[in-house]
Design a protein around this ligand. Structure first.
Ligand SMILES: O=C(O)CCC(=O)C(=O)O
Ligand SMILES: [Fe+2]
Length: 348
């Protein structure tokens, strides 16, 4: 399942030239920097994050957490309650949130946007199991998930080295020039929404990421993750978002990530923090907050119902996951009704 990938263009030569940075990102839809972030700070963050995952049972007992050696029997992903249980312990780490405010990243985004930058309160990490490739992040534009405005930038960075086989991010250069949100469909993988490949052209770009390397791209650039093809290594990465303070932000980006089903609150996140500096830092700002648009997710859900009726295994898996998470919601009840229909058809 190897695919041909082109190398990302490195933009370290333009780091101090905002005009050139803006020119490149408007042409190519991304900027990639080697070692934009300090490897030592990231190694320290890796230790904290993976130690928490080991305490949560995700790593083989007795191994060095820095190696990220996964216990495959605990495989799970976004949407699974088991995932949220451990992810939210990682999410409570002060150092993890602080990394979203490191000046090397904020200053770079500020050069690109040319206005004062707001790091989104909702920080995001991805903790991706090996041998679980059906759940690889599908091809998408971030706008369907994060909304707000098109000048929202994702900064993706592995917390550790991330060679191709560990499943880093791949990007379709120039794809942002479509200048609109593309049609998204049901998919497994982070976000559960994908763009169909027949609507795309161009060559996928990625790289053997080293710790500190950082990929920055706006909300319409088409991207995906590569599958984690390693035997036993977890892929750990940050994908934090940044935008101009004066641009609109969607309300869910002011909430902790994946909090819908267990009601994780900022007060829970902050419980063991040593400093107050970053707690509720956005509350004193006069933000323009937009309601969340559920139409993309709702459409994906309706498609999953249709596919499940045709016994599509991915859709059945998705609906079962949704029911397991909370069987009392309206969506879960509709999912359960369809699965019952399908099972009755299969046995009757
Ligand atoms: O890391 C991943 O698998 C998904 C990342 C992504 O799509 C993003 O950062 O927007
Ligand atoms: Fe994304």
């Amino acid at each position: 399942m190897t695919e041909l990938l082109k190398e990302l263009r490195v933009s370290n030569d333009a780091m101090n030239n905002p005009d050139e940075l803006r020119h490149r990102i408007s042409e190519e839809g991304y900027l990639f920097f080697k070692k934009l972030q300090d490897p030592d700070k990231l190694w320290a963050l890796r230790r904290e994050m993976l130690t928490t995952m080991q305490e949560g049972g995700w790593l083989v007992a007795g191994t060095d957490p820095m190696d990220g050696i996964a216990d495959i029997s605990t495989q799970c992903t976004e949407g699974d309650p088991e995932y949220a249980n451990v992810y939210h312990e990682v999410y409570k780490l002060e150092a993890f949130h602080r990394s979203g405010h490191w000046p090397e990243v904020v200053d770079m985004v500020e050069k690109i946007i040319g206005r004062t930058v707001l790091p989104h309160p909702q920080k995001i990490a991805r903790l991706w199991f090996p041998k679980y490739t059906a759940h690889t992040t599908p091809i998408h534009q971030d706008f369907v998930h994060f909304q707000g405005n098109f000048q929202t930038y994702t900064c993706w960075a592995p917390v550790g080295d991330c060679p191709i086989e560990l499943g880093g991010l791949a990007i379709l250069p120039g794809s942002h020039k479509i200048n609109q949100v593309m049609e998204h469909h049901f998919s497994l993988g982070a976000g559960s929404l994908c763009v169909n490949t027949d609507e795309l052209s161009g060559e996928w770009h990625s790289t053997n990421y080293e710790i500190g390397d950082t990929l920055i791209f706006p909300a319409l650039t088409v991207h995906k993750a590569l599958p984690n093809l390693t035997e036993d290594r977890l892929r750990v990465s940050l994908d934090n978002r940044y935008q101009a303070v004066e641009d609109a932000i969607a309300e869910h980006m002011l909430e902790p990530h994946l909090n819908i089903f267990n009601a994780l609150r900022w007060a829970d996140v902050y419980r063991n923090w040593k400093s107050d500096e970053l707690k509720y830092y956005w509350k004193e700002l006069d933000l323009t907050v937009l309601p969340r648009d559920f139409s993309y997710g709702n459409k994906g859900f309706e498609e999953a119902l249709e596919l499940a009726r045709d016994r599509d295994e991915r859709a059945v898996l998705h609906l079962n996951r949704l029911i397991k998470r909370d069987s009392t919601t309206e969506l879960a009840q509709r999912a359960a009704a369809v699965l019952q229909e399908v099972n009755a058809g299969a046995t009757g």
